[in-house]
Design a protein. Sequence first.
Length: 259
Amino acid sequence: MAFSEWKTEYAASTRRLFDRAAKSKLRRPVWGLEFTFKPFRLVHVDIPQPTGKMQRKAIWYMVYRVRYQGYEIHPKTDQTVAGSSTFSRFLPERRDVDSRRFVPQFVLRNHTTGIEYLEQVIPAAMDDIQRRERLDVLYNTVDMPGVKIPVTNQKSGKGIWGVVTWEDVDPRTDFFSVYVQGLTNAYRWVDPQGAFRKGKPPTTGRKYEYKTLQLNFHRPGDALDEREDEIRLGVEGHPKYQWLFRPTPNTFEPVHPRF
């Protein structure tokens, strides 16, 4: 017999541990990082091949900056009664900590073919990118999690600079998006309608969702001459993905954050 099917004999069914736990809210701090980025760019470098030879390739990359401005949401205790704490629903506390870390995951999706490209650390391209961007310190996606991002205010202009690179992206790519994860610890559990049916264990079909930043681009070019000046923000002109584009006065503003 499943735990949820157990019935009480001398107490109300709502007093069961299962029913009481179902109504409990698990409170925790919620934090987020500010993400800004430079225009999407390309660099042509010689990449070592398994054969021992070098091959000239076009590396797609995006330089970004992350900042931690604090102002986290923390549960606020109202009072303690008989050893149990109650929390305010409408007045959470705002706190800062000394630093946070960014554990990034970047995915580039070609909307025409549906192919997705995970970010790749390409050491051969780092020197060329760093010289071009004129940044003393530029972290890749492997080194970034080891960096503490200190709390800073909005006017300071300081932050941690990183770069994400892709190799062997289809040169015929016209409409694509970059998905960024790791900017916040916000998540939620979702129970899709119809996923749970009578006789199944509790939480069957439940999905875990987390915040993802979606940055959309279009490239009205061709496959023969890859040029970075053809890559533009948004997917303007695509009949199927028009909903992905929302013009904003500030290109550093998140274009389409979603769960």
